[in-house]
Design a protein around this ligand. Structure first.
Ligand SMILES: [Zn+2]
Length: 230
């Protein structure tokens, strides 16, 4: 198992593909990361840039200069800037990390059912090709962080029907469930990634009390998923 916790931060050691790329996902003992005093800047980071997160499909490229810490109307952030950490908050939604060592690009996307239904992961794949000026995503690595898995992600029939592709929404008796990571992986595959290029955290945030879970706790506490390159 490549996912390990050190000092309250979970990482997938098999993910980034480059020792200069640092990522992490906070756990409950580090507190609610939406509260600024709980956010500790990892060493080597000169600035933290965070997505406002509106459950949309807009992703932003962060250059050397950026307007403010929270990038408005955005659910995904990408950069080439060293020392610039990108972060998103979740409590059940899917944090998706991107590392493209050959292009020195890192990124993170907040993917809930609304963002996924709007194709945010596919959009990220197409934007990466554009930014890199490449025809394929060869060498891109993706890690799907801890989120609410289909065991616990019961949804209304209306939400289930948004996901018409096979294997994403399914029915158990009268209840409907959605496999969020399945949809993330479907969009990655459609974007040209091979399953060997992505990993998935085997934890369900609603069941595993190391994480905050909106479905379980019904509050605003969030974990932080971040990535930067030295
Ligand atoms: Zn579960």
């Amino acid at each position: 198992m490549a996912w390990r916790t050190v000092r309250g931060i979970i990482r997938d050691s098999a993910f980034p593909g480059n020792a200069s790329v640092i990522h992490g996902i906070t756990t409950r003992p580090l507190g609610d990361q939406k509260s600024a005093p709980n956010r500790r800047c990892p060493s080597g980071v000169r600035a933290f840039v965070l997505a406002e997160q509106v459950h949309g499909a807009r992703i932003a490229w962060i250059g050397e200069r950026f307007p403010r810490q929270f990038i408005p109307r955005t659910d995904g952030l990408f950069t080439r800037e060293p020392g610039l950490a990108l972060g998103i908050f979740t409590a059940d939604c899917v944090p998706v990390l991107f590392s493209w060592p050959e292009e020195s690009i890192v990124g993170v996307v907040h993917a809930g059912w609304r963002g996924l239904s709007a194709g945010i992961i596919g959009k990220a794949c197409r934007a990466l090709l554009r930014w890199a000026g490449k025809k394929t995503l060869r060498g891109l690595r993706v890690a799907i962080g801890p989120h609410i898995r289909s065991c616990c992600y019961e949804v209304s029939e209306d939400v289930a029907r948004v996901f018409s592709k096979p294997g994403i929404a399914f029915r158990d008796g009268s209840r409907w469930y959605v496999h969020l990571a399945g949809e993330v992986k479907r969009q990655l595959s459609e974007g040209g990634l091979d399953p060997r290029d992505f990993s998935e955290a085997p934890f369900c945030t609603k069941e595993d009390r190391r994480f905050f879970s909106y479905r379980r706790d019904q509050d605003s506490r969030r974990i932080l998923t971040y990535i930067f390159q030295k």
